[in-house]
Design a protein around this ligand. Structure first.
Ligand code: HEC
Ligand code: HEC
Ligand code: HEC
Ligand code: HEC
Ligand code: HEC
Ligand code: HEC
Ligand code: HEC
Ligand code: HEC
Ligand code: HEC
Length: 325
């Protein structure tokens, strides 16, 4: 009896050891294709290639034609001459879909990956398995981006079968974004606006839809950098800066649109009066003061302070009052 217990103990110890050995050894990751079979829910599904998929079914001729002309269709492996991206790269293994086609109108498409039943992150993984941040630098910030975190997937913006174009074209981008950002459409309808509706620029001139390091998925490292890429004259540094206000152009400007020209958050003099008071000063002041003038300048402040974004030119009192002479 004692021997038996000892034997049991020893054998369980041996098991434990081999288990540990098992943990310590390397395992190859399961190929993505295996996961796809699991998502389909059928481990017997297999990959059959474009010719088999499409040879038996002519429903998708337009999709196939567009696909062949697309950048995806053009990817051919040098060694084998076989396509690197085919229908099954995204739709999953197709053997079951075409298994019993006789006398049927449609293939059994429910045996393919059902994209609309996948959560958005899983949808995106279908693209990310090839478009890693390493292979596609544009997706460097995707993982932490507001879109990725708000259940927006790659397919929401990339309609791959509308034609050969896989990227959203510049002209279509604003309509695409308005689909979910109606309030931004309203802003661009304002009297003063960046010429996005005129197709002279697009949302992606300021935003990266795949995310960025700044708030609002803006391009570049700072807000000023986004704006001065085009408005270089305000980049500075100036001898007389308007404090650190110009670090964020949004302190005075609404980037999309505004009822106040030019893209001002509020009209003058109210914009300035948020932080300054009107004054009776300057060139006319002494003369006016002599006449017991009690008013102040409440007109367009920039009629006199015309270099409001900063200047190297001192004013009469040798200060930086943004008055260009
Ligand atoms: C790079 C990924 C990708 C590849 C490759 C791809 N598809 Fe698709 N396909 C999608 C996505 C994503 C959707 C669903 C969203 C949409 O409508 O864009 C879709 C939807 C479809 C649909 C249903 C919606 C529709 O537009 O009618 C069909 C049919 C289809 N694909 C056929 C094909 C065929 C045939 C091929 C090969 C020639 C192919 N796909 C290759 C990603 C892909
Ligand atoms: C089997 C691998 C593979 C999959 C899956 C895949 N792609 Fe691609 N894709 C490529 C390759 C390779 C290129 C061409 C090289 C490049 O531009 O990086 C490309 C290019 C692109 C381009 C650039 C087109 C251009 O004109 O520059 C877009 C956009 C794109 N893919 C979107 C997607 C989306 C969205 C998905 C998911 C529905 C997806 N891809 C899935 C391999 C893949
Ligand atoms: C909010 C909309 C949106 C989402 C979500 C989105 N994209 Fe894009 N993507 C765009 C737009 C717009 C462009 C065109 C940008 C341009 O012309 O530089 C683009 C460009 C691309 C390009 C081409 C990049 C280049 O440098 O030319 C690739 C590849 C791409 N997207 C892949 C993806 C993949 C993969 C996903 C999901 C992980 C994704 N995108 C999610 C809107 C989106
Ligand atoms: C499928 C819907 C959808 C599409 C299409 C879409 N977005 Fe978004 N976007 C969202 C959601 C959801 C959020 C999360 C915040 C919110 O609810 O506004 C968001 C957030 C943003 C933000 C950040 C807002 C913030 O408060 O920081 C920016 C910037 C943005 N999107 C730009 C774009 C641009 C540019 C495009 C077109 C290339 C686009 N979006 C297309 C759904 C979408
Ligand atoms: C001239 C540059 C510029 C252009 C063009 C632009 N944006 Fe913006 N957008 C900004 C700035 C700057 C912010 C403020 C970001 C912050 O500070 O968080 C912003 C904020 C946003 C926000 C979040 C706050 C809000 O106002 O709802 C969304 C969403 C957005 N933009 C979408 C878009 C879309 C969609 C387009 C194209 C139709 C577009 N933007 C074009 C510069 C721009
Ligand atoms: C891709 C280039 C580009 C970027 C980036 C850009 N702008 Fe502009 N901006 C323009 C163009 C083009 C106009 C229109 C000029 C015209 O109509 O003569 C303009 C006009 C303006 C105007 C004057 C509007 C008027 O009615 O005269 C202001 C103010 C302005 N931008 C501020 C900004 C701010 C703030 C940012 C950063 C959030 C910014 N811009 C980013 C290209 C750009
Ligand atoms: C202190 C408020 C304030 C800040 C901050 C500010 N602006 Fe302005 N900006 C103005 C005012 C006021 C005007 C109108 C000037 C006028 O009417 O003479 C203006 C006009 C403009 C114009 C149109 C006139 C022209 O030169 O074509 C552009 C472009 C512009 N600003 C860009 C920017 C950029 C880029 C930034 C950030 C680096 C910025 N502004 C920051 C107040 C400001
Ligand atoms: C968000 C607050 C804010 C707004 C809006 C603002 N300013 Fe300023 N302004 C400041 C600050 C802060 C200083 C730096 C004060 C200092 O150094 O004593 C400054 C400095 C100045 C100076 C130089 C003062 C001196 O002592 O020489 C002038 C002139 C001026 N602003 C004019 C304007 C005008 C005109 C506008 C409207 C187009 C405006 N400011 C909008 C905050 C603002
Ligand atoms: C008729 C021209 C004129 C107008 C209009 C004007 N200013 Fe001035 N402002 C001056 C002069 C001149 C100075 C003295 C500059 C110097 O010599 O340093 C000055 C100085 C300033 C200063 C520096 C502080 C001080 O009191 O010395 C501020 C701040 C200022 N102005 C803000 C404003 C604001 C805000 C408005 C609009 C409500 C405005 N200004 C309208 C001409 C004007």
């Amino acid at each position: 009896m004692r021997n038996l217990v000892l034997l049991l103990l020893l054998s369980s110890l041996a098991c434990a050891c081999t288990d540990l050995q098992f943990l310590r050894s390397d395992h190859p990751l399961m190929p993505v294709r295996e996961y796809e079979r699991m998502i389909v829910g059928r481990l017997d599904a297999d990959y059959v290639g474009n010719d088999n998929c499409l040879g038996k079914c002519h429903k998708h001729e337009k999709i196939f034609r567009d696909f062949q002309l697309s950048v995806h269709g053009e990817q051919i492996a040098v060694e084998t001459g076989l396509p690197l991206v085919n229908c099954e790269s995204c739709h999953g293994p197709g053997s079951l879909a075409i298994a019993n086609l006789e006398g049927k109108e449609k293939c059994d498409f429910e045996t393919l990956l059902q994209f609309d039943k996948l959560p958005s992150q899983a949808q995106s993984l279908i693209c990310l398995k090839c478009h890693s941040a390493a292979s596609t630098p544009a997706l460097h910030n995707w993982a932490g981006s507001i879109h990725a975190n708000s259940e927006v997937s790659c397919f929401d913006c990339h309609k791959l079968h509308q034609g050969p174009q896989q990227k959203a074209s510049r002209k279509e981008i604003d309509a695409l974004c308005y689909g979910c950002h109606q309030d931004v459409r309203m802003a661009f309808l304002q009297f003063s606006h960046h010429p996005v509706p005129e197709n002279k620029m697009a949302c992606i001139d300021c935003h990266d839809p795949h995310g960025g390091s700044q708030s609002g998925s803006l391009l570049g490292a700072t807000q000023k950098e986004v704006c001065t890429r085009c408005h270089m004259q305000y980049q500075g540094p100036f001898v007389f800066e308007h404090a650190d206000l110009t670090e964020n152009c949004g302190n005075c400007h609404s980037p999309h649109g505004s009822p106040n020209n030019p893209l001002l958050n509020s009209s003058q003099p109210f914009l300035c009066l948020q932080c300054h008071s009107g004054h009776l000063d300057g060139f006319f002041a002494p003369a006016l003061a002599d006449q017991n003038f009690k008013g102040a300048f409440y007109s367009r402040c920039t009629d006199c302070h015309s270099s409001i974004h900063g200047t190297d030119v001192p004013s009469a009192k040798g200060r930086g009052s943004f008055i260009s002479r």
